[in-house]
Design a protein around this ligand. Structure first.
Ligand SMILES: [Ca+2]
Ligand SMILES: [Ca+2]
Ligand SMILES: [Ca+2]
Length: 420
């Protein structure tokens, strides 16, 4: 690489790092001021009527009228089965209190249509959409902030963004599927949209009969460019019979697809090609990201298959195991690590576990090569569980960041045994 090119790359990387920082700051200012508060009790005021009352600022059923930006408060841990899709066409905050909205396997659960939704502590289950455009949550020319929530067991895609903006934070997108012969992903699809995914887990989504779409995450540019910033998150156990088991970033229509990744774990996903990632004509940056144990049918680019586009790496990533990166179309940089461990389980656990924090994550075993392996500046001050980075994980007296979504605190067994 010439000095000029290197400078350009570094400038671009610095710009990307600023993007990551501003994305993290963005979420701090997101809570909207509620002008009206509507209490759902399920008897006099149902959830469906509350959404209508907030949208129209009028009395609906037994619900008080909304007024401007409204907050809907759900009972604690209630199960609410919806007879039809809840359409949000205004600015609404829903405080879920652990309640579940159930689509009854017959329609989308939530559709944000030219509206803004801040959803907190809500479970979205059993939505259905034959077009795979967000059976759980569909966002059309709108805004979604999904916080400390789960989207699971929806058929026809967990979340779908179209011409929209979003932030998914401390949430789980798990065990969603697709309908036959439609496009898009079972987990999260981002089309002509700008979405940040932070401290979240996208797991066990199966895009199996889709004509086209990544297993966990699909970033596409039908109709317009897409930007996805993926930070401190885990993609695992996702599958597709197409390309990109963990994620597919595909600029198929020429508008452009940009993917920035820092501090993520992309592990144990499966596809026909590109088990972890498949990127096509995409502008991709991976930093301090762990990509290992993914599988595909050809087992060459099983961790990452890159076709055309621009790929920026050489930023303390970990690829593969057994001295095999599993990359095709892209080459690990000098600061990227291709570990020699014979088994993936000696690099990272392939089973999600509750390791603290609001989401399940993948543990780093003792002596994992990912421990304290970030040699450059650590980009993130916390991990997916919101625990501080860096922690000294290899007991050499110097705290360095781990590669991936989890900053491990490994007990010093020798010390505990009293032999240190
Ligand atoms: Ca309103
Ligand atoms: Ca560490
Ligand atoms: Ca250390």
């Amino acid at each position: 690489m010439t000095i000029n090119n290197e400078l350009k790359t570094k400038t671009k990387m610095n710009h990307r790092h600023q993007l990551l920082t501003s994305a993290l700051l963005l979420e701090l200012g997101l809570s909207s001021v509620s002008a009206g508060t509507i209490l759902v009790d399920g008897i006099t005021c149902t959830f469906e009527d509350a959404v209508q009352a907030a949208n129209t600022d009028m009395v609906v059923g037994g619900c008080l009228p909304g007024s401007g930006d409204d907050e809907i408060i759900l009972p604690i841990n209630a199960n609410i089965t919806l007879s039809d899709t809840a359409v949000i066409s205004s600015n609404i905050t829903i405080s879920g209190n652990g309640s579940t909205l159930d689509g009854d396997s017959s329609h989308k659960v939530i559709s944000i249509d030219n509206g803004q939704a801040n959803l907190h502590q809500l479970n979205i289950i059993q939505g259905s959409d034959i077009y795979n455009t967000g059976a759980g949550i569909s966002v059309y020319q709108g805004y979604l902030y999904l916080n400390q929530s789960t989207v699971s067991a929806n058929q026809g895609g967990g979340i779908h963004f179209f011409d929209s903006t979003g932030l998914i934070r401390q949430s789980t997108i798990d065990n969603n599927t697709t309908h036959l012969a439609a496009f898009y992903s079972a987990g999260v699809s981002v089309v002509a949209s700008n979405v940040t995914i932070n401290q979240s887990t996208i797991s066990n989504n199966t895009t199996y009969v889709s004509t086209y779409g990544g297993g966990g995450l699909h970033v596409g540019d039908y109709y317009g460019a897409s930007y996805v910033t993926l930070i401190n998150s885990t993609l695992t156990g996702n599958e597709t019979n197409h390309s990109g088991g963990g994620l597919l970033a595909d600029s198929q229509y020429g508008y452009g697809v940009t993917l920035d990744s820092a501090g993520n774990s992309i592990v144990n996903n499966d596809a026909a090609s590109g088990g972890g990632l498949f990127t096509h004509e995409a502008d991709t940056m991976l930093a301090q990201t762990l990509v290992s144990g993914n599988t595909d049918d050809v087992m060459t680019g099983h961790n990452w298959s890159a076709v055309d586009g621009t790929s920026l790496l050489d930023a303390d990533n970990l690829f593969g195991h057994q001295n095999l990166s599993g990359l095709v179309g892209v080459v690990p940089g000098a600061s990227d690590l291709v570990p020699s461990q014979l088994n993936v389980s000696n690099v990272v656990s392939t089973t999600l576990a509750d390791l603290g924090g609001p989401t399940m994550t993948l543990a780093l075993p003792p002596n994992s090569p990912a421990l304290d392996a970030v040699s450059g500046t650590c980009l993130l001050s916390t991990d997916q569980r919101d625990m501080s980075r860096p922690v000294d994980g290899d007991f050499d007296g110097s705290a360095e960041c781990d590669i991936g979504a989890v900053e491990a605190v490994i007990p010093d067994l020798i010390f505990e045994d009293g032999f240190d």
